[in-house]
Design a protein around this ligand. Structure first.
Ligand SMILES: [Zn+2]
Length: 152
């Protein structure tokens, strides 16, 4: 493995310490190309990192992994509800999940699922990820049960 890698999937997930994709999916070294951001938010650099899997390493699957009780989405929901401006760069997380806030009634779990579906849609629309060789799916990880269920 030191000579090269061929991960079979890219996982875009949250930074939450309870949701390390390699552990969640019982994967080993070299199995997954993992990209993690707060609330699995996406910008150009994150998109580039996701693209790297299929383009450079021929990974065929991209999984967007949301999770139960997401602290980043909880904080964003609270900031939106209370019209609070978070410090530093944190408002960029709020802005990224704001499109699903109203439709989810501000409920965190519904926001996680809607944000996952929305992220999948945006990655499926990406020119480098929309080919037949790459499948983009969305999933939800339950902290309570340890189960991952597909949501998109
Ligand atoms: Zn999270």
């Amino acid at each position: 493995m030191a000579a090269g890698q061929s991960p079979y999937a890219v996982v875009l997930s949250c930074i939450d310490s309870r949701v390390p994709p390699e552990v969640v999916f019982d994967a080993g070294l070299g199995d997954l190309l993992v990209v993690r951001t707060a609330a699995h938010t996406v910008d150009r650099l994150v998109t580039a990192a996701v693209q790297f899997g299929p383009q450079a390493l021929h990974a065929r699957l991209v999984v967007v992994l949301g999770h139960q009780r997401c602290g980043a989405i909880s904080a964003a929901a609270r900031a939106l509800r209370e019209r609070e401006t978070l410090p530093g760069e944190l408002p960029s997380i709020v802005a990224a999940v704001e499109p699903v806030y109203t439709g989810s009634g501000g409920e965190v779990d519904a926001m996680v699922r809607a944000h996952t579906v929305r992220t999948v849609a945006s990655l499926r629309a990406d020119a480098l990820l929309s080919g037949k060789a790459t499948t983009v799916v969305g999933a939800y990880y339950s902290l309570d049960t340890g189960l991952v269920r597909r949501v998109a």
